[in-house]
Ligand binder design. Sequence first.
Ligand SMILES: Nc1nc2c(c(=O)[nH]1)N[C@H]1C(S)=C(S)[C@@H](COP(=O)(O)OP(=O)(O)OC[C@H]3O[C@@H](n4cnc5c(=O)[nH]c(N)nc54)[C@H](O)[C@@H]3O)O[C@H]1N2
Ligand SMILES: Nc1nc2c(c(=O)[nH]1)N[C@H]1C(S)=C(S)[C@@H](COP(=O)(O)OP(=O)(O)OC[C@H]3O[C@@H](n4cnc5c(=O)[nH]c(N)nc54)[C@H](O)[C@@H]3O)O[C@H]1N2
Ligand code: SF4
Ligand SMILES: [Mo]
Length: 896
Amino acid sequence: MNAEATTVRTTCPYCGVGCGVLATRQPYGSVTVKGDPEHPANFGRLCSKGSALAETLSLDDRLLYPEINGTRASWDDALDLVAARFSAAIAEHGPDSVAFYVSGQILTEDYYVANKLMKGFIGSANIDTNSRLCMASSVAGHRRAFGSDTVPGTYEDLEQADLVVLTGSNLAWCHPVLFQRLEAAKAANPALRIVTIDPRRTATCALADLHLGLAPDTDVALFNGLLSYVSENGYLDEAYISRHTSGFGEALGAAGACDISRIADETGLSRQDIARFYDLAARTEKMVTVYSQGVNQSVVGTDKVNAILNVHLATGRIGRAGMGPFSVTGQPNAMGGREVGGLANMLAAHMALENPDHRSLVQSFWQSPVIAERAGLKAVEMFRAVREGKIKALWIMATNPVDSLPDADGVAEALKLCPFVVVSDVTCAADTLEFAHVALPGAAWGEKDGTVTNSERRISRQRRFLDLPGEARPDWWALSEVARRMGHREAFAYDGPAGIFREHAELSAAGNNGTRDFDIGAMADIDEEAFEELAPFQWPARSGEALGESRFFARGGFYTSDRKARFVAVTPIAPRKRERKYPLVLNTGRIRDQWHTMTRTGKTARLTSHIAEPFAEIHPEDALALGISDASLVEVRSPYGAVTVRAQISGRGRKGTVFVPMHWTDQFASRGRVDAVVAPATDPHSGQPGSKFTPVSLKAFPAHWYGFAVLDQKPHLRGIDYWAIAPVSGGHRLEFAGVEAADFMDLAVRLAGGTLAGAEITSFQDEASGTCRMAFWQDGTLRTAFFFAREPVEVSRAWACGLLGLEAETPASRLRVLAGRPAADMPDNGALVCACYQIGANQILTAARGGACTTTAIGEVLKAGTNCGSCRSEIRSLIETVLNEEKRDDGIAKAG
Ligand SMILES: Nc1nc2c(c(=O)[nH]1)N[C@H]1C(S)=C(S)[C@@H](COP(=O)(O)OP(=O)(O)OC[C@H]3O[C@@H](n4cnc5c(=O)[nH]c(N)nc54)[C@H](O)[C@@H]3O)O[C@H]1N2
Ligand SMILES: Nc1nc2c(c(=O)[nH]1)N[C@H]1C(S)=C(S)[C@@H](COP(=O)(O)OP(=O)(O)OC[C@H]3O[C@@H](n4cnc5c(=O)[nH]c(N)nc54)[C@H](O)[C@@H]3O)O[C@H]1N2
Ligand code: SF4
Ligand SMILES: [Mo]
């Protein structure tokens, strides 16, 4: 064991901001992380998820050995079997009978090898990725307009802009460090205006000067209107349009006249708000439009993208400082995946599968026996083909499709029917592993080496600072081993990521000569040492040119045949007809402290304490009409499936819409997989699912009783009608409920699974109100506490989650636990807001009422918001609540 602390520069494995991290391995193995002050994405900042990285490295739940049919196997046997089954399927049914489904969370080197094997050596393009659910509409929109999948701008543009429009992006929670940079830019430049466009009023809106809560999927009408507005009011850049673009007339024609009343009808916005937005946008040259899943994840996602790009092209606001459309990527390596051609309709190094010259270039570069000639199956189609028996062997890597693809129960059924499924993952607690014939243990963050590309085209190293546990191996290695066993020994004779990266860089420059945007030829001869030392850099990095900040298209130079951009004529879709049975629209997305299917962020109480249970955000009027009360349980149902989640009644969303987070899986809740409800409808151009729009019904879950518990052991949950579990310090917290009367003592003992034998019990029961509370003690310390009630249990969760291990000897002190809230002499901190310093809402409200009425002042009093800063928009909302109280009190005082 190393007796000295060693620090390694690496990159955060979560979102596409791509923050630099300094990971320090302390003597005897423990790890601490902090932001890398030198990394140009974050300059030292980290968000709540990044700050908690060290707490998610434990080996509990790690997949450490290969398994065949659930039994430990050697790597040799597992790899032989994978190669044999893929080869047999190809021999019998052709190359299109096999498929890879990979992920924006593998490294560029893993991705490159997977794509090369499928497209060049198996000879099919059946490799698709979870980026299909994420970035495909942006890719398609970019390619339609620019001729290439190019993100023109840089993060600095957000700081240099005078107007930042955030549409379909909850930047505060999903790209928190970029949000912090924007927040700091606004503080430094009060003239900077921010507009948010989202059917929900999210945490991001706390920074907005104007919020447009448009009706779902009406973005095209709004941006088409802006195009007409700039045209009618003299804000076009005629020189740019004529020199560098084509198709403007058609696009403007499709947009029609700027009739604000009509646009108000179409979008459900007020005329005043639309007019304010158009006026501001038209007058502000330095405008950046940031967009994310509210735009991409739609059956009209590609048209939404092009409606945005049209406005930027028409005003020439692209590729210059402080200007441009900016698609922010979700996953740490969504961009790297696009660069290697990990999508079923791309080739490699941003080359086009449909272009015969590109195909022959890649084939001769790879010296491969074949090259895929037509696009393969896109994610949703791929799993449909699996279900229809067309795919005989499938390899899933670093993604959890039974939770994250729409019609997720259908995906599970498909996997059950598939003759051969390989799953590469780092955890054994992922829902998809249940369907694996072969499970392969991947090397996790901190154990693997390679590169990732962030949203602003910046390539950074992920570096290893931990030993490989068990028999975990990097994904590129497993892929190469299978390729060799399939007979492609030389083409896959890699001995590490540096060689793969070198080859990838060389291919990007091959025959390029400025005809393709993606060119990192400057790295084509990088040696091991230089790869080890590689500092973050932005592409393009052409051979012989100096590295530097880069932007595209200020002076045209698009990657179409005539080097001109294309305006795309887009028209809004008619409002969708809905069955009476499913009158509401389900919207889905993210929460601040969880990452996707929670396989890593669900492991630490620091991150689960912010929101510990799946919920549905419901508009008060809809709740009233349906007889749903706050904190009760509801069922959200579509023709595809249902979830049961906690009702959270709030005016944040629009009437007629419901929001459910995407994160909960069978590992954390009885029925919380929201993708079981989401319809598999896709955009015709990109194949991306419309995960933000599914017609659903809502009804109260018929709970007979509700329960809440903290337990020092994982409870036995079989037969419990509703449950949601999360870690707390020293054990677990459990929300649960039943539809039939129960004997609570029996139930408690059953949940604890006999581990409470011999414990002393303090209890309290009130038959009339249906309340029952009990605490189990052993050697004077609290092991478990249960709280049952006929209504949703009213217990201070923040307080109860700190109870495990409490020492209390006297009956009086033990009875206190049954009160369900802290004693009068102890404050109730309220729901957790600041994950870093564990500060609750009540503490912030009290401080604000005491005069700390800015986020800075709250930081000084409580430290809340001063570390990662992810909670600052929530703090701002709490301060606003207090200021509104004061205004109201003032009003009452004056009226009195
Ligand atoms: N905390 C956290 N951060 C993450 C992730 C995570 O899991 N957790 N995942 C990462 C990944 S992979 C991704 S892709 C990004 C996603 O980042 P975002 O796209 O910012 O996140 P979402 O919550 O999916 O959706 C954004 C917003 O789109 C809105 N929306 C829904 N319908 C419409 C519409 O019709 N029009 C408009 N304009 N808006 C609409 C939703 O109400 C939602 O607030 O986050 C990344 N960062
Ligand atoms: N309803 C709805 N559904 C959505 C979305 C939505 O907004 N709404 N968003 C969509 C989007 S944008 C995305 S990106 C997807 C994300 O959805 P998924 O990709 O399914 O979610 P993750 O939990 O990130 O899955 C990553 C898996 O890879 C494993 N893993 C981590 N590191 C490694 C590694 O190095 N190697 C290997 N082999 N495995 C590893 C993790 O343990 C985990 O099981 O969800 C999509 N689904
Ligand atoms: S913003 Fe947070 S999650 Fe995203 S890369 Fe930075 S630290 Fe990681
Ligand atoms: Mo994503």
